[in-house]
Design a protein around this ligand. Sequence first.
Ligand code: PHE
Ligand code: NA
Length: 442
Amino acid sequence: MDHWKTRFGFMLAAIGSAVGLGNIWRFPYITGEYGGATFLLVYLVFVFLLGIPLLLAEFSIGKAGQKDAVGSFKNLAPNTKWHWTGFMGVIGGILILSFYSVVAGWSLYYLYSYVTGQFTDVTPDGFGPIFEDWISNSLSPLFWQVLFLGVTLLIVVRGIKGGIEKANVLLMPVLALLMVFMAMYVLTLDGAWEGMKFLFQPEWSQLGNPDLYLTALGQAFFSLSLGVAGMLTYASYLKEKDRLPAATVGIGVLDTVFAVIAGIMIFPAVFSFGLDIGQGPPLVFITLPSIFASMPMGTIVAIIFFGLLTMAALSSAISLLELPVSFFSRTVGMTRKAATYMCTSIIFVLGIASSLGFGIWSGVGIGDKNILDVIDFVTANITLPLGAILMAVFVGWYLDKEQAIKNSEIETPVVANVWYVIVKYLAPVIVLLIAIASIFVL
Ligand code: PHE
Ligand code: NA
């Protein structure tokens, strides 16, 4: 069977999955909408208290189950319904990639437009109309989405060692360098300090907003790629000797560092140019280009930024595609090639809806949410927490304690016990409370 060549290769691929549009596109605009530092604080608590322990639980299912999202549960819990958890993940992964590839397509289009010089003469206030005009087209955004999905397909079809691992070993170091460079550059701008205050100085009164908790939970799980069994799938390709705990902590910490750096990169820039922080999804597609347009060497900085965004999106999209491909090839019995082409086609067709939701289908949606917003909301705030909690309940309540701890590969007994209590009691209770609170608020 196909495996990661090294544990380091697995780590890079898992970091590649975690670090993506979630950090650089979703985290800043949501943090902007929810007031900055207070949101960041709740988010950080969720990542460290729940996210990382649950990520280890998810990894442990894949590593012990040795198969895809569905097959791993069938191996560990034969003749039960637990594999439906994995099946929900497969559907969730397909839905996430359907809108994720739309936004990734925007990023690719921006990259292309900067490289070919089409954006060089646009004035700072010209990007709002440019973006609105362009996404309301039916065909052009779909073209870029297909192109992005095509690249993803070409990597996934080559398998774990030959495709996914190689791509990530190349992408991730470049990504890290570009990002640190961008953040340092932005901090030299006038007024950067206001942005740092927004990101790091909490306003306690906002802690009373119940909506904040579900959004922070969803963002934490989305960012860690937690709860859809994509990480489970990646862990199933590990060799027996490669241990989980340290890798899990490393992945969780790095994903968080990337999100905070993205914040440091974006908020100071937004404040120093006096732009609107609460813009929602277009934030990095309207606000940042306006900033680039008024900077010296802005085009180069823009090329670096959208190159970065596209690469980060690609390494996450790879994991989102591998999730259903792994299910259809290992449990259903299709060839990898057929599974990859089929899944990519399904994802593209579903993605059309999210894309057209910015144009001819802009009337379709719930409240002020368009199709993309609805799919994003449902997957991040419902599917992921539900999936993660089902996995926690599986590890905490279905498996016996000895088995669960053995699968987690934690060697220090105290740490193992703390982890077990979080997975078995704390995480399900907190998520349940947030779910109940949200139902009353909605
Ligand atoms: N974690 C990715 C991001 O932050 C998104 C993702 C979610 C990837 C779920 C895989 C599974 O962009
Ligand atoms: Na992320």
